[in-house]
Design a protein around this ligand. Structure first.
Ligand code: MRU
Length: 368
């Protein structure tokens, strides 16, 4: 994606060919600040403190985090330590585990002196694949949006509601849920996006609004509680969200509040689609409610809010009474029954094991 006319990915190898650079997403949209990661510890910190976030970018950062670590110490023991450290950084997005297993699986059979180069190479491939996957999701989602456009009368825009940030900042490029929107906009289809602010960290208000604005896609920011009302009044043609982990039967874990949107969508007969890169599928589990670890983040994300003061400084202010206790579950699970379809890089399928396995037959398990 372009920022001020310059092409960016959300993560890249620095000019020294060794350290890794990212955009500090905790400071957006008010401050575009690039951070340099030089070891596995700083990569783990970047994930934990959400300088980078979004399931695919968490995976890509973990892959490069492993490469940074292996460059310093390629021993078996050190690799096991880096894997543990990075895996603990955030629990819900399965891309983290997937990326680490992939890099470790690639480098462990190699002699120690070859491991660092192989880890960097694998991390780069993971990043390139992510871009291709999201572009393909964009193409499939574009067809869906074209279908909605055909069924709409007049010059009304196709109105799409999205939650959190599943744009290019959440991935290496393109985004998942936003990729079809970018492609539709670029194809000249009039789309208009309802952007949920997405409390407590406001990834919608800060990141999605910034991305869409930079690309010239028309949008309106709405408070999280507005979606149901908009759907009741026929103002939403499509809900389109991302996911941090989807089970093999199609239960979708995504940013807290997604489930409520899916409930409102079902009650109002609004199609509810989830953009799903295959590394986000957890083929090891069925039941999202019981089996997905839901990250519980600190209460200060609920009791405080960050924004730009009139002097341009980033400021965090308290919004609740002193000593208020708060709970902060960061994700929820939308059961497959509420999901109209999954948009993957191989096409769109029903949110079910049959639907997913039809697109990814390599995950069929022979009957025992
Ligand atoms: O807590 P975050 O900002 O990492 O949560 C991100 C989301 O929930 C996204 O919707 C999800 O990762 C899909 S991103 C392509």
């Amino acid at each position: 994606m372009k920022i001020h006319g310059q092409q960016y990915r959300s993560i890249w190898l620095a000019d020294d060919g060794r350290s890794v650079q990212i955009i500090d997403q905790t400071r957006l949209p008010h401050d575009f600040s690039i951070m340099t990661l030089r070891d596995a510890q700083s990569a783990a910190r970047a994930i934990r403190e959400m300088w980078v976030r979004g399931a695919p970018l968490i995976g890509a950062t973990a892959a490069y985090g492993m490469a940074l670590g292996v460059y310093n110490d390629p021993s078996d023991q050190a690799i096991a330590g880096y894997q543990e450290l990075l895996l603990m950084a955030r629990p819900t997005a399965v891309n983290l585990r997937w990326a680490l297993e992939r890099v470790v699986g690639r480098i462990m059979p190699l002699p120690k002196e070859q491991r660092a180069a192989a880890a960097y190479a694998e991390a780069a491939v993971i990043c390139d694949e992510d871009v291709a996957i999201n572009s393909a999701i964009g193409n499939h989602g574009l067809e869906l949006i074209k279908g909605i456009r055909r069924n709409k009368s007049g010059k009304e825009p196709v109105r799409i509601l999205t939650h959190c940030n599943a744009g290019w900042l959440a991935t290496v490029d393109w985004g998942t849920a936003l990729a079809p929107i970018y492609k539709a906009h670029d194809a000249g289809i009039h789309v208009q996006v309802w952007v949920d602010e997405t409390r407590p960290r406001n990834q919608g208000a800060t990141l999605t609004a910034w991305e869409l604005g930079a690309h010239g896609v028309p949008f309106d920011l709405v408070v999280d509680n507005a979606g149901g009302h908009l759907m009741q009044h026929g103002a939403v043609d499509l809900c389109l969200v991302g996911t941090d982990r989807t089970t093999k039967r199609g239960d979708v874990c995504n940013k807290i509040g997604t489930y409520l949107k899916a409930l409102a969508a079902q009650d109002n007969h609004v199609p509810f689609y989830v953009a799903l890169p295959s590394p986000t599928i957890d083929w090891q589990i069925d039941d999202g409610l019981q089996e997905i670890p839901i990250e519980e983040r600190g209460p200060e994300e609920v009791t405080h809010i960050q924004g730009k003061a009139s002097d341009g400084q980033l400021l965090k202010v308290q919004i609740s009474p002193d000593n208020t206790t708060a709970r902060n579950p960061a994700f929820d699970v939308t059961p497959a029954t509420l999901v109209t379809g999954l948009i993957t890089e191989r096409g769109i399928c029903e949110a079910s094991e049959d639907g997913l396995v039809a697109l990814f037959p390599e995950h069929t398990h022979p009957a025992v």
